[in-house]
Design a binder for this molecule. Structure first.
Ligand code: PGA
Length: 246
């Protein structure tokens, strides 16, 4: 059992529609009932659902976040893009940046750095994803990759108090595989050491579900979980939170 403050971030990716939002009534009930407990729930739905959810979550302790944004904090002629200011305007407080699915489609550490700076300037809190691919892991490059992602991604950012790190091994996302618990614990400690602030928050993400949470919650160094597929099912997501504290 943990008494520690924990984050539970639901990353819906490109899933979800208006008619599915009623399934969140149970999550709202659960969050209201446990208002004083030591956790924060953050939903990061597709941008189209941020405002409807903002209305739905009004007067609840649940917060909202975006899943990516354009690096410019100003409006501009960027067809198809959304920036941090727009996300904040419709109710987002957080923003996932550096997710491997976006890195795979061309985002590099420098661009992620610009996005982080712009979102911080606007006033969003950042959930900054880092993680190695299977090949990098097999070549014993994990530590080096994580160090570089942190170094370049956070370059020039002095105040890191609005940044939460999400360690997500790419080979674990959507595969049902999770790291060995001892490896995960040492990697999270390795990441923590890179920060002056000893209470830097580090989440784990990658195939977190209602079955493996009992193992994952034993990692003392972790400050919460970034949950993809399992977060689309309200019951499973509530189960993950409940089991973390049991
Ligand atoms: P998953 O996704 O839980 O479906 O593996 C996690 C993520 O990509 O953030």
């Amino acid at each position: 059992m943990t008494n520690k403050f924990m984050y539970f971030v639901a990353n819906w990716k490109m899933f979800g529609d208006l008619k599915g939002l009623n399934s969140l009534n149970d999550v709202i009930k659960f969050a209201m009932k446990n208002k004083r407990k030591n956790f924060k729930v953050i939903y990061c739905p597709p941008s189209t659902l941020i405002f409807p959810l903002f209305k739905k979550f009004k007067n609840t302790p649940i917060d909202l976040g975006g899943q990516n944004s354009h690096e410019s904090e100003n409006y501009g002629p960027y067809t198809g893009s959304i920036n941090s200011k727009m996300l904040m305007d419709v109710g987002a407080k957080y923003l996932i940046l550096g997710h491997s699915e976006n890195r795979q489609s061309g985002e590099n550490d420098r661009l992620i750095n610009l996005k982080i700076k712009s979102a911080l300037k606007i006033g969003l809190k950042i959930i900054f994803c880092i993680g190695e691919t299977l090949k990098e892991k097999q070549n014993n490059k994990t530590n080096q990759i994580l160090s570089n992602q942190i170094k370049i991604g956070l370059n020039g950012i002095k105040n890191k108090s609005k940044i939460i790190i999400a360690y997500e091994p790419v080979w674990s996302i959507g595969t049902g595989l999770i790291p060995k618990l001892s490896d995960l614990n040492s990697l999270i400690l390795f990441i923590k050491k890179k920060f002056k602030n000893k209470s830097q928050k580090i989440l784990y993400g990658g195939s977190v579900n209602e079955n493996n949470i009992n193992q994952l919650k034993t990692i003392n160094s972790v400050d919460g979980f970034l949950v993809g597929a399992a977060s689309q099912d309200a019951k499973k997501f509530i189960d993950i939170i409940k089991k973390t504290f049991n």
